[in-house]
Design a protein around this ligand. Structure first.
Ligand SMILES: [Zn+2]
Ligand SMILES: [Zn+2]
Length: 399
C-alpha cells in the first residue's frame, strides 16, 4: 500500500514537472491583425461552437453571451461601435471596442472576403473611420494556421522544418515588432506571416507543430529572422545581395544535395515559368507604379545588377531622369500590377518580339532562406528535419 502511494506521488510529480516544462513559446499568445490594410465598417460574427462572452467597451460593464448558432452584426457609426444580435437585442450606445472571448469557434464575415473561422479571442476596435480586428491566438495555433496554408508538402520531416521556421519567425517578430503603432503584434500577410484563421488547419501540421514544441532556430544563441519562399528555381540568393541585410545564415548556394543530382525544388510547378506580356502593358506598369510628374516618366527599364544565380537585384528605370530601384521593390510592384501569378520571381530573361515581351523565369518568391519545395525535395531524398533546417540556415542550431 505504501509502495503504491509512493508510486502515485512519483507519477504526480512527473506530471507536475511535465506541465511546467510544457510552458514553451507555443503556449504564449500573439495578437494578429486581421486584414489590417482593408477598410470596412460592418462585420458579422456567428458562433459556431462554445459560448462566447461579448464585452462592450473598455470597462466591460456591459456583457452579453453569444450562444451556438446565434450571430451578431457589428457596425461602426459616428458615435462608435454598435451591435445587433440575432435574438433582437441592440447595443447602440456606441463603444470604442467590443471583445469576444471564452468560446471555441467563431465564423467571421467581412464584406468582400471569404468567411473566416477563428479561435482564441477577437477584439473589434476602430481607428479613423474603419473597423480594426485583432485575433489573439497561441503561437501553436498560429503556426498550424500559417503552415497549413503555405506548407506545400506532406513530408513529415519537411513539415517539421517548416513549423520550426514559422515558430522562429514568430519569436523574432515578438522580439522585434514591425507594427509598433498598431493594436496587433503581427499582420496576417507574408510581410509578417500569413494567417487564415483555423478553417484550413491540417491535422498533420498540428501534430508536427506539437512534436517540435518550443524548438527555435538560433544563431549566436538568438532566434534568427528566417526567410522563406515557395521555389528558388535552383539557386538560393543571399540576404545581403537581395536585401542588403547582414544575416550570415542567409547565404547564396545551389539548392542541390551534396552539390549534385537534380535541384531539390525541381518538381515544383514554379521551377520554370513563362509569360508573354504586351509591351504597352509593361509601359502602363512603369508609369502606374513609378512615374510621378513629367520629369519622372519612364519608357523603359533594364536589369542593373544580377547575382550569380541569375536573380535581378537592381533595375534601372529609363526616362528623362533615370532611377534605380531594388529588385524586391520592382517585384512587389510587378506582383501588384500583373497579379501574383504574373512575374513570379526576379530570376528571368526577356525576349523582345514586335508587340510583346516573353518573360522566361525560374522560381517563385525572393529566393532567400528556406525553399519550401526544396525542403519537400530534401525530405524525399531522406534528409531529416534538422538536416533540412541546417541546409537552408547554415551556421545555426535548433534549441
Ligand atoms: Zn507585418
Ligand atoms: Zn529551391
Amino acid at each position: 500500500m505504501k509502495k503504491l502511494f509512493a508510486k502515485c506521488i512519483f507519477l504526480f510529480m512527473l506530471l507536475f514537472a511535465g506541465s511546467l516544462y510544457a510552458q514553451t513559446i507555443d503556449t504564449q499568445s500573439i495578437k494578429v491583425g486581421i486584414f489590417p490594410e482593408d477598410d470596412f465598417t460592418t462585420i458579422r460574427i456567428q458562433c459556431f461552437s462554445g459560448n462566447w462572452r461579448v464585452e462592450f467597451g473598455t470597462a466591460s460593464a456591459t456583457r452579453e453571451y453569444l450562444a451556438e448558432g446565434e450571430d451578431c452584426t457589428i457596425m461602426l457609426v459616428p458615435k462608435g461601435l454598435v451591435a445587433r444580435f440575432s435574438d433582437g437585442k441592440d447595443f447602440n450606445v456606441g463603444y470604442d471596442k467590443i471583445t469576444l472571448k471564452g468560446g471555441d469557434l467563431l465564423n467571421l464575415e467581412i464584406p468582400d472576403h471569404q468567411p473566416m473561422l477563428l479561435q482564441g479571442s477577437l477584439t473589434v476596435g476602430h481607428a479613423d473611420a474603419f473597423i480594426n480586428l485583432v485575433n489573439t491566438v497561441t503561437v501553436h495555433q498560429h503556426i498550424v494556421s500559417s503552415i497549413s496554408k503555405i506548407g506545400i508538402t506532406n513530408e513529415p520531416e519537411a513539415l517539421r522544418a517548416i513549423c520550426t521556421m514559422a515558430r522562429t519567425r514568430l519569436a523574432w517578430l515578438m522580439a522585434n515588432p514591425q507594427h509598433k503603432e498598431s493594436p496587433y503584434d503581427i499582420c496576417d500577410a507574408s510581410h509578417c506571416m500569413p494567417f487564415l484563421g483555423c478553417g484550413y488547419n491540417r491535422e498533420l501540421v498540428d501534430l508536427l507543430t506539437s512534436m517540435t514544441d518550443g524548438q527555435i532556430i538560433r544563431h549566436a544563441g538568438k532566434p534568427i529572422m528566417p526567410r522563406y519562399h515557395n521555389t528558388c528555381g535552383g539557386k538560393i540568393s543571399s540576404a545581403r545581395d537581395v536585401y542588403g541585410a547582414d544575416e550570415p545564415y542567409h547565404q547564396a548556394k545551389a539548392d542541390l544535395l551534396d552539390g549534385k543530382g537534380s535541384e531539390n525544388c525541381f518538381h515544383s510547378p514554379n521551377f520554370h515559368w513563362s509569360i508573354e506580356l504586351q509591351k504597352v502593358d509593361v509601359l502602363d506598369f512603369l508609369s502606374m507604379a513609378f512615374a510621378g510628374g513629367a520629369d519622372r516618366m519612364y519608357n523603359n527599364w533594364e536589369p542593373k545588377k544580377v547575382d550569380a544565380g541569375g536573380r535581378i537585384l537592381e533595375v534601372t528605370l529609363r526616362g528623362k531622369m533615370p532611377k534605380s530601384v531594388s529588385g524586391t521593390e520592382f517585384h512587389k510592384e510587378l506582383a501588384e500590377f500583373f497579379g501574383p501569378n504574373g512575374i513570379k520571381s526576379m530570376k528571368f530573361t526577356m525576349e523582345f518580339l514586335r508587340r510583346t515581351i516573353i518573360f522566361r523565369g525560374m522560381g517563385y518568391g525572393d529566393g532567400t532562406g528556406l525553399c519550401l519545395y526544396g525542403a519537400d525535395g530534401l525530405a524525399k531524398k531522406s534528409q531529416k528535419y534538422l538536416d533540412i533546417v541546417k541546409f537552408y540556415y547554415p551556421g545555426t542550431e535548433v534549441k
